[in-house]
Design a protein. Structure first.
Length: 272
């Protein structure tokens, strides 16, 4: 029969959000470039673009949640949503690979200019003690990985109280991590500018800190949805995506701790 549905996918109605998101991203990028070149109204255009992107994200994901509640997320659709999240995390792995590449390039082949002296860390540089706050933050993230797993298992077993408690613990641990990292940055014994060590250190660990912030927001949204009863043992992809993202953040930090804090500062004078 004409018009009969012979597949497991759902056909989405026309949506304005891709168009609004594209123009918002254009405004954000253009405004950022204008702002960096001190052009008039560059900052205003940048922040207008940021607001547009955030509004698009909120509205578009709200539509996706509504589709899930309406039963449009059939098994094959849910499977491909998971594929999409896996590919997104894979792209994030490649993003961090670039910063690790820069770090190992600088450290394995240090410059022979006087300020570096052909050694790594550069001669005379004081580094952070890896077994002080960095180790504490490592333990915090490892603990947060267990609490988000606790929340996941509670959800699978339809334990709403355990889900909420696990999410609260994970969010608080993420906030604690960010606060400690902020304090560490404020008291770092080396600058961002002028040294490959400082630039690569702050870019790699700073982008990780940004991902922790995004993951904390992601989990906070899931906490609100948990209170509203949006998740069921069989339908909770939004929570799964947040949990996968958080575990990815944990793993990246372990590599950062070992390669940058421990190995990367080996032999240098330690602050404090």
């Amino acid at each position: 029969m004409a018009g009969a549905k012979s597949h497991e996918y759902h056909i989405l109605p026309p949506s304005i959000w891709p168009l609004i998101g594209a123009f918002s991203a254009l405004a954000m990028a253009s405004g950022g470039i204008m702002w960096m070149h001190s052009a008039p109204f560059g900052g205003w255009l940048f922040f207008a673009g940021v607001i547009g992107v955030l509004f698009t994200m909120f509205s578009w994901w709200s539509d996706v949640i509504a589709e899930a509640k309406a039963g449009d997320h059939t098994p094959v659709v849910a499977l491909h949503l998971r594929y999409g999240m896996i590919l997104f995390i894979a792209s994030e792995v490649m993003f961090f690979l670039g910063w690790f590449w820069a770090w190992f390039d600088f450290s394995l082949f240090p410059s022979t200019v006087d300020v570096v002296g052909g050694v790594w860390p550069p001669k005379g540089l004081t580094v952070l003690n890896p077994f002080a706050f960095p180790l504490l933050n490592t333990l915090i993230l490892l603990c947060s990985g267990t609490t988000v797993t606790w929340a996941h298992h509670a959800l699978i077993h339809n334990d709403r109280k355990g889900l909420i408690q696990g999410l609260w613990c994970t969010i608080l641990l993420g906030i604690t991590f960010s606060c400690i990292q902020g304090w560490e940055y404020a008291h770092a014994p080396f600058p961002f500018k002028g040294l490959n060590y400082g630039a690569s250190f702050f870019m790699a660990t700073g982008f990780h800190g940004f991902h922790v912030l995004v993951g904390t927001i992601f989990l906070s949204v899931n906490l609100v949805r948990a209170y509203k009863g949006d998740f069921t043992p069989k339908q909770h992809f939004g929570f799964e995506a947040a949990a996968w993202y958080w575990h990815f953040v944990d793993v990246v930090w372990l590599f950062l701790f070992v390669s940058i804090y421990v190995w990367g500062g080996w032999g240098a004078q330690i602050a404090g």
